[in-house]
Design a protein around this ligand. Structure first.
Ligand code: NAG
Ligand code: NAG
Ligand code: NAG
Ligand code: NAG
Ligand code: NAG
Length: 449
């Protein structure tokens, strides 16, 4: 080989190496599973990440520090609840991409989330959602977006479900009209035993896929401490998800009521019990704060009243992350043993095209007040209380007070407590679940105030 040819060849190889190092494969939803661009099934090993309330994806140096430790943990995904669409996210998105880490991001902002106490969907909200999509669609490591987080938390909240579905319909139509890739659009549900099976089916039951979500996910804290697939209630989650037509995963999990956390549930999710149906899990959460779910901390807690750079609510939020022991190493060891390969797209795509949606759930007065054959709300529509059965009667008086709680429910702090049900209570009575929700809301309000 002549010198110049050799040089040319090594330049080409360098170029190939560079693209192998820096490119991350895009994720798409096919049938009920996620795949990467080489047709391998993608399982989420995720971490909820909300270092700063407004946007944790604008500080590149911080993202690099966190991404490096997440890679060591074995994570391949983060979930972020709030971003500022006007921020510059290039540095953080590259930092995570370089570490092989994908992003699922919530599109709703603090004042554009769908509100179960007075459901409506309008152009202001749609514009806020699509602005976030515009900002993030170009990043190859954007794995998916949420049109809502725990919008329905009360047993009388079912009338908000069509508004979640309308939001997904319009975000998908916008995505397609702009020629963006098929970025999966989904929803993160609170684990409310009375609503979950119906909501899950409803969001994917249309025969017109433009009106279905691209994925469904669940914030579930059913498995605490030493437990089993059956004892935890996960076997019921599995039953409900069998035959589901879109990908399903845990958008939050990691009960902390029996410390230390051993993350045993991951073995069920990524093992033979569930891995054929579920696409992985996002652990709540990266940072240590008052709710005590942290996998890392940035130093010892400080006085609750302390102020200063990066200090929020008695915790430092920035700097070098230090593993919280033994939770961090427990999760790392568990994840290291769990590497399902799933199914190859080439073997799956024929059956995927034959999956039919489950039936839309029937209307059940007082629980599921959604007409299965009604058209979805249009932009500008507001829910009509007269059509919702018993839950509608109190709407007028409650709207003002409830909306504060509802908007905080989409914050990272609120996300965990709201969905909590007691261990083994997949069939819990509504009293228990409502109690959990109220406790969650009280905590939320306390944080918000
Ligand atoms: C897709 O995922 C598989 C399994 O994790 C991996 O080996 C492969 O490199 C990925 N494809 C691309 C193009 O990154
Ligand atoms: C849409 O609803 C939000 C409240 O959720 C409100 O702030 C906004 O003004 C409404 N926009 C329109 C066009 O009605
Ligand atoms: C499917 O739904 C979309 C969005 O609502 C609508 O624009 C389209 O006309 C529907 N297609 C059919 C065949 O009904
Ligand atoms: C879904 O789970 C609930 C318990 O949470 C159970 O009562 C119901 O029968 C399940 N439905 C299906 C279709 O598996
Ligand atoms: C739902 O129930 C809660 C708690 O009982 C109540 O405060 C709220 O007003 C109800 N919401 C609607 C829309 O009826």
């Amino acid at each position: 080989m002549s010198f110049s040819l050799m040089r040319w060849a090594s330049l080409v190889m360098l170029g190939m190496q560079a693209s192998q190092v820096f490119a991350i494969s895009q994720i798409s939803a096919v049938g009920a599973k996620f795949f990467n661009s080489s047709g391998d099934q993608f399982y989420i090993k995720g971490i909820a990440y909300q270092l700063s309330d407004n946007d944790p994806l604008v500080n590149e140096a911080q993202c690099k520090l966190d991404a490096a430790l997440m890679k060591e943990l074995g994570a391949n995904t983060i979930r972020v609840y709030h971003v500022d669409p006007d921020g510059d996210h290039d540095g953080c998105m590259s930092a995570f991409s370089d570490a092989g880490i994908y992003l699922f991001v919530d599109l709703e902002t603090f004042n554009s989330a769908i509100d179960q106490s007075a459901p409506h969907w309008n152009s202001t909200m749609l514009n806020a959602y699509t602005k976030v999509l515009d900002t993030f669609h170009g990043y190859d490591n954007l794995a998916g977006v949420f049109v809502g987080n725990e919008v329905l938390t009360m047993t009388n909240g079912s009338w908000a479900a069509p508004y979640v579905k309308a939001a997904a319909r319009d975000v998908k139509a916008y995505r397609d009209s702009k020629g963006y890739r098929q970025i999966p659009v989904g929803y993160a549900a609170a684990d409310i035993a009375d609503l979950r099976p119906m909501l899950q089916d409803y969001l994917a039951c249309s025969t017109n896929s433009s009106e279905d979500l691209d994925f469904f996910s669940l914030n579930a804290y059913e498995w605490c401490g030493d437990n089993t697939f059956t004892g935890s209630g996960y076997s019921e989650l599995q039953k409900n998800a069998t035959g589901y037509s879109i990908p399903i995963f845990f958008s939050e999990t990691g009960c902390n009521t029996s410390p230390p956390r051993t993350f045993e549930d991951q073995s069920a999710i990524f093992g033979s019990d569930m891995a054929d149906t579920w696409s992985g899990a996002i652990i709540y959460e990266w940072i240590e704060e008052a709710n005590n779910y942290g996998l890392i901390s940035y130093g010892p807690s400080v006085a609750a009243t302390a102020t200063g750079t990066n200090i929020v609510g008695g915790y430092t939020r920035g700097g070098t992350p230090t593993p919280v022991s033994p939770d961090f190493s427990n999760l790392k060891s568990v994840w290291a043993t769990l590497n399902p390969t799933g199914v190859a797209l080439s073997a799956y795509s024929a059956s995927a095209s034959k999956i039919t949606p489950l039936a839309c759930p029937a209307e059940t007065s007082g629980i599921w007040n959604v007409n299965p054959t009604a058209a979805l709300p249009t932009v500008g529509q507001t829910a009509d209380a007269s059509g919702t059965g018993s839950s509608g009667t109190t709407t007028g008086g409650s709207t003002g007070t409830a909306s504060g709680a509802s908007s905080t429910a989409t914050s990272s702090k609120g996300a965990a407590p709201v969905g909590i049900v007691t261990p083994g209570s997949a069939g819990a009575t509504s009293a228990v679940v409502i109690y959990g929700v109220l406790v969650g809301f009280t905590g939320l309000m306390a944080w918000w105030l």
